[in-house]
Structure formats: structure tokens, C-alpha cells
Design a protein around this ligand. Structure first.
Ligand SMILES: [Zn+2]
Length: 340
């Protein structure tokens, strides 16, 4: 049985063939690949490359978002390396491989949020090496352990370190665009934080976005992408369950961040329409709708993209949320047993 995310790829990505946008002759037909924890080293790359040739390129995929995270052989901060790593050489090789096939390779590093995973069973190096960077939630210890960790948006020492990591990833992946993640961030303006207590969560979110934009776009001249959920008001839009839209007071950041950021607007449940897409367009952003397993959800996004007259809906981004690039590729090739 084919995994359900693959079914959406097979239907949705070819549906965008020939769709024109303002920024390119063809729509962005993207696939998001993740490498997390002890699952993101070089060993998954040969089968991923085979899946690109045998499955993804025939589907018309022309953008690959590769979520690198801490699974990279950082030289500037070796203590930020997480278990299995992709090396600089392997990253260069993947960049060359994608370029030769007309696929834009966009690396991703989760910024601000997702510095651990649920239930505390995976804490990423920034939080273990520099616990002082955490925005400590005002929660009892047992609940805190089950909350995703994020860094303090106002900590002055975190950004120089993160910029070093971003620069290394950018150079190795030969990237002209960078995805900073920034989804599902839960702790803002904690009373326990001497810098953030009492401050407006929207201002804190906007501060972090602008810090990253200043480096990625301002200094490095790249295009910046981010997930959109923290810029959406869950109540006002009546969207999602608190993950795909924010109930943390951060939505006001949408008016305080640069408009040249590409917003990856992800929603996984089927709706007739996605008001968030129109909201981001109204605010002046380019939008890249993203979905997962629900074919109807993705199809409605693709239909919206095809009907677009602004040229600012870039295409469609398919996610898989299979944590190992090799397993993801095996599923694409029909060689794996995973059904996620
Ligand atoms: Zn803080």
C-alpha cells in the first residue's frame, strides 16, 4: 500500500504543470523532505537521488525543500552537530544533482521554535549546549517536558550563533533561498524571562523574523521562506486546532515583517477555501500553499493557485513528515514498508 502522502503528490503536483506565475514560467511544484534526529545523515541520500530521478522529476517537481536542522557537520560550532550528519561534500553533491535536473534546492533550519520534539524525547543541541537560550515556559515541570522548546527571541547571543549555522548550510547547499521554519512556536513573553516578560508576543515574533531577514535577505541577498501559522489568528480565521493558526497572540506580526518573505501557508484538513491564502495576499506576501495527506485539502489549494490572477501564489508544496530522507525516498519508490 502506498503511503497517503504519496497519493497527494501523484495527483497534485502534475496538476500544476504549465501554471504560470509572476516570478517564473512555471509554478513551484515543491516537495518537503526532512532529516531529524538520528535519521538525517549521508546514508539516505543515494536512495533519495534515485527517487528524484524515478519519481519526483517525472512528476514535475522543481523545488526540493530539505529540512537540514542540526543534522549537518557544522565546522563553526561542532557542538551543534546532531548524531548522523550530512557532510559539506554530500550537500554540495546534492546541490549539483538537483541543479542538473532543474530542481531548486532550498535548505531549511527551524528557527526560534522546534528546538525539541513533543514529550521531550528529542532535544536539539542548541537547547542542550545553551540552556540559557530557552524561553522557559511558565509551566509545571511535567507539562514543560511535553512542550516544544523555543529560544528566547530577545536573547542577544543566540542570533550570531544561528547565523553561523545558516551560513554554513547555505554555502554547502549552494542555496539562493532559505527556509527558516518558525512554525508551531508555543512560548512567548514568559513571566520567567527577564527580557520578554510583559511584552507583546506579536512584537517578539516580528523581532525574530526581522533578525533572520536582516541576515538572510539583507546581508546574504537570499530569498527567505517561513511557515505561516504564527502569523494567523486562530479565532479570527476559525482555522485549525491551535497549531496551523496561532492562539498565542503572535498574529499581529503579519503587519510588522518584510513583505518579500515567502509564506508557506500549511493546512492539513480539508476546507472549501483557505482564507489565510487571501489574507497573506492582501498583506502583500507571496504565498506557497502546503498540505500533507488529505488529497481534498491539497486539491483545493492547487485549484486556488491555478485560479490566481495576482501571480503571487507560487504553486503547491507537498509535505510528507517522514523523518528519514531514505525512508521517504523508499516510500516514493515503493520499496519501503512505512505508511506514514
Ligand atoms: Zn525571552
Amino acid at each position: 500500500m502506498k503511503p497517503s502522502f504519496l497519493k497527494t503528490f501523484l495527483v497534485l503536483l502534475p496538476a500544476l504543470l504549465g501554471v504560470k506565475t509572476a516570478t517564473a514560467d512555471t509554478a513551484w511544484r515543491g516537495v518537503h523532505v526532512m532529516a531529524w534526529g538520528s535519521a538525517g545523515g549521508n546514508e539516505g541520500l543515494p536512495v533519495l537521488k534515485r527517487a528524484i530521478d524515478e519519481v519526483l522529476q517525472p512528476l514535475g517537481v522543481n523545488v526540493l525543500v530539505y529540512e537540514v536542522g542540526y543534522n549537518f557537520a557544522f565546522d563553526s560550532h561542532p557542538d551543534m552537530r546532531f548524531d548522523d550528519m550530512i557532510t559539506q561534500e554530500a550537500a554540495h553533491d546534492l546541490a549539483r544533482f538537483c541543479r542538473e535536473r532543474g530542481i531548486r534546492l532550498i535548505p531549511q533550519f527551524n528557527c526560534l521554535g522546534h528546538q525539541s520534539w513533543v514529550n521531550g524525547d528529542m532535544v536539539f543541541p542548541l537547547m542542550t549546549v545553551h540552556p540559557e537560550f530557552e524561553e522557559v515556559p511558565d509551566l509545571p515541570e511535567e507539562k514543560r517536558a511535553k512542550t516544544l522548546m523555543n529560544w528566547c527571541p530577545l536573547h542577544p547571543d543566540v542570533y550570531p550563533l544561528i547565523f553561523d549555522l545558516i551560513d554554513e548550510i547555505t554555502e554547502a547547499f549552494e542555496a539562493d533561498a532559505f527556509h527558516v521554519g518558525m512554525d508551531e512556536i508555543l512560548t512567548f513573553a514568559s513571566p520567567k524571562c527577564p527580557r520578554c516578560a510583559g511584552k507583546d508576543p506579536a512584537e517578539l515574533m516580528a523581532h525574530a523574523v526581522k533578525e533572520l531577514h536582516g541576515h538572510i535577505v539583507g546581508k546574504r541577498g537570499m530569498t527567505m521562506l517561513m511557515w505561516g501559522d504564527r502569523l494567523l489568528d486562530k479565532k479570527a480565521l476559525n482555522m485549525g486546532d491551535g497549531w496551523e493558526a496561532s492562539d498565542k497572540g503572535t498574529a499581529g506580526a503579519i503587519d510588522r515583517i518584510p513583505k518579500d518573505i515567502i509564506i508557506c501557508d500549511w493546512h492539513y484538513s480539508a476546507q472549501e477555501s483557505y482564507p489565510s491564502i487571501d489574507l497573506f495576499l492582501e498583506k502583500g506576501f507571496r504565498v506557497w500553499p502546503a498540505s500533507w495527506k488529505n488529497e481534498t485539502a491539497g486539491l483545493h489549494m492547487v485549484e486556488r493557485a491555478k485560479a490566481d490572477t495576482t501571480g503571487k501564489i507560487l504553486g503547491y508544496l507537498g509535505t510528507s513528515w517522514v523523518v528519514h530522507p531514505g525512508h521517504f525516498a523508499q516510500a516514493l519508490l515503493g520499496e519501503g514498508t512505512r505508511k506514514s
